[in-house]
Ligand binder design. Structure first.
Ligand code: GLV
Length: 327
């Protein structure tokens, strides 16, 4: 029996959410082991009822114009800077994301990067593989401790708070900054809200948890890096363009800060010139949400958003309810 709806998935995701969709829809998944080219994406969205797309698929007016019949583009991500909300709303097309799906895995990853940079884990691993471990050295590979230090959280939303909660075991002082204040978070963790400049000057470790918007583009640039301690570490698991990567390379090279841990980059998958040659930076290919649990949960949330839209309901994580009202 042919199914009522036709859904396109722009890259293979864990099976269980695809099975949920397949219970109600014909599901076609990008057959390639690579993301779609722009041309392929423009072609693939035609004649569908819904599209499950990636954070690397740019959903702009050109794609939306080709997507005649599509009721929803469900992003397989929390961040949605790849989608033009205004253009979708004007066309009555719903957009959704997956808030909450990646919170714990992203906070874990921010800590993984922080450990790796502060205790020079990757550098030490390289060194030992190159056959350099001949004797124990009292001054070899010295790093930084966490106990009693100050963690600066930029953007204390779900992920920022989860990052901060993990600091309690280290007896750290927590500062945070950002547009919103969270009294319950302050009470639970002892965190204090401060101005951006104060946080940058006082924090030993700065972790970024901001969405990418025109206001947060290059939130950390040359001036901000100047304010940080020479022993400070910067962690970015948010979005690459939140940091001016060229300025960061200069700061790391000149020892303006101790190190950085980056899971995201300004022009993914490209790295700013010089970044890969620096020993005091740990680089990961945007894998903060890359756990089976998170990627499955993300898939279920995207699938639920799609099924709601197809049934004519407001998707639980709709980014543009105005489009629903219009529809
Ligand atoms: C990952 O980067 C996400 O936004 O879900």
């Amino acid at each position: 029996m042919s199914k009522k709806w036709n859904v396109y998935v722009t890259y293979r995701i864990p099976e269980p959410p695809l099975e949920l969709l397949a219970g109600y829809c014909e599901v076609e998944v990008n057959p390639h082991r690579r993301i779609l080219t722009r041309e392929e994406l423009l072609e693939a969205v035609q004649g569908r009822d819904a599209v499950l797309c990636l954070l690397s698929d740019v959903i702009d007016s050109e794609v939306l114009d080709r997507a005649n019949g599509v009721k929803i583009f469900a992003n397989y991500a929390v961040g949605f800077n790849n989608m033009d909300i205004k253009a979708a709303t004007e066309r009555g097309i719903l957009l959704s994301n997956t808030p909450g799906a990646v919170t714990e895995s992203t906070a874990d990853m921010a800590w993984a990067l922080l450990f790796a940079v502060a205790r020079r884990v990757v550098e030490a691993d390289r060194w030992i593989r190159e056959g350099n471990f001949k004797q124990w050295l009292p001054m070899g590979c010295l790093g930084l401790e966490f106990a009693g230090k100050t963690l600066g959280i930029v953007g204390a939303g779900r992920i920022g708070q989860a990052m901060a909660r993990r600091a309690s075991g280290f007896g750290m002082k927590i500062l945070y900054t950002g547009r919103s204040r969270y009294p319950e978070f302050e009470q639970a963790t002892g965190a204090t809200w401060v101005e951006k400049e104060v946080l940058l000057k006082e924090a030993d470790f700065v972790s970024l948890h901001l969405p990418l918007t025109p206001e947060t583009h290059h939130y950390i640039g040359e001036a901000e890096l100047e304010l940080m301690k020479p022993t400070a570490v910067l962690i970015n698991t948010a979005r690459g363009p939140v940091v001016d990567e060229k300025a960061l390379v200069r700061a790391l090279r000149e020892g303006k800060i101790w190190g950085a841990g980056l899971d995201v980059f300004e022009e993914e998958p490209r790295l700013a010139e010089g970044l890969r040659d620096l020993p005091n930076v740990v680089l990961c290919p945007h894998i903060a949400s890359a756990t089976w649990e998170t990627r499955t949960r993300t898939g279920f949330m995207a699938a639920e958003n799609i099924l709601a839209a197809l049934r004519g309901e407001l998707p639980p994580n709709c980014l543009n309810p105005e489009a629903y009202q219009l529809g």
